[in-house]
Design a protein around this ligand. Sequence first.
Ligand code: IMP
Ligand code: MG
Length: 179
Amino acid sequence: MSQRPYVIDQMISAKAIAARVEALAAEITTKFKDTDKLVVVGLLRGSFVFIADLVREIDLPVEVDFLEASSYGDSTTSSREVRILKDLRSGIEGRDVLVVEDIVDTGFTLSHVVGMLKARKPARLEVCALLDKPARREVPVQATWTGFEIPDEFVVGYGIDFAQRNRNLSYIGKVRFTD
Ligand code: IMP
Ligand code: MG
């Protein structure tokens, strides 16, 4: 699959992403304004660019932690089985938590992760997803904040990969096969 030739068509520019990140961070700052410290949890690996930009726009004391859940493997089809490959370093009981995800697609990953983290009894837990593909949803789950709703296209860039490539693009583009 990853051997098929493809091109990437820009969908969301770096400038549009930056403006949206700033607006999301302002809403997050307002929501958690009374926190002593917000635990920002990035879901590896796709959210690493987004979380880096987002935390720098959040005007609150912040701790950063990461969680890795398995999802796709090297293909464009979703797997229903969610496994935790790397857990948080810190406990979150009684704490304010923001989960940062790259894309909510079928919803399996996010619902599993949110269920697991809520069982640890955080004081508050909200979710910020950069992208949402509502047409693909199979599990009813919704991020508190969404950067952009997108159609059912396979996208790359700004941290998001196709077969471990294209994470370093500064924009988000859609994969178009040319064969
Ligand atoms: P879900 O469990 O189906 O919601 O899958 C969510 C995860 O699948 C995301 O965190 C991404 O890592 C991956 N994913 C979903 N759509 C895309 C895409 O268009 N490009 C790259 N990865 C994707
Ligand atoms: Mg992911």
